[in-house]
Design a protein around this ligand. Structure first.
Ligand code: AMP
Length: 133
């Protein structure tokens, strides 16, 4: 595992970490968040601008730019993140009717925060995954 390796992936250049990364600062407690679930390696908190009745962000506490970096550099943390997302879905009561677990990754997906996060979205019908082509 080497988190210091430069990467050619879009969004990875000049990557913000620590005090420059919004979600690292939430993990550190510098920025408040409504935390709904926490483990040794993960944190889940409500999205500040919810796009569904339930909208929770699930992150690894350690900084990884996106889901590709996480899977490559820290597969155990990736498994922890998936387990945490499932626990959040159960705790929020969205797993029975269904929910979406979404990882925006890179420019085309509109990723805004380059600390990997899964969006747990549910609590109401979510509509089509994408606009029809
Ligand atoms: P993405 O576009 O996948 O990078 O999603 C970033 C998400 O972070 C957006 O849904 C934002 O509403 C959310 N967000 C930004 N700042 C905060 C914050 N301080 N607390 C909680 N959610 C935030």
């Amino acid at each position: 595992m080497n988190n210091d390796k430069p990467s050619a992936r879009p969004g990875a250049a000049g990557e913000a970490v620590g005090r420059d990364c919004l979600f690292c600062r939430i993990v550190a407690g510098d920025i408040p968040a409504t935390v709904v679930h926490e483990t040794d390696t993960t944190l889940a908190f409500r999205d500040i601008d919810p796009k569904a009745a339930v909208h929770v962000l699930v992150i690894p506490k350690a900084h990884h730019t996106d889901v590709v970096a996480l899977a490559k550099d820290a597969p155990a943390a990736a498994a922890d993140l998936l387990a945490a997302a499932a626990a959040v879905a159960e705790a929020e009561g969205v797993h029975t009717d269904g929910f979406r677990l979404l990882f925006n990754t890179g420019r085309y997906a509109g990723q805004e925060v380059f600390h990997v996060h899964g969006h747990v979205l549910g609590g109401e019908p979510l509509g089509p995954m994408l606009a029809p082509r």
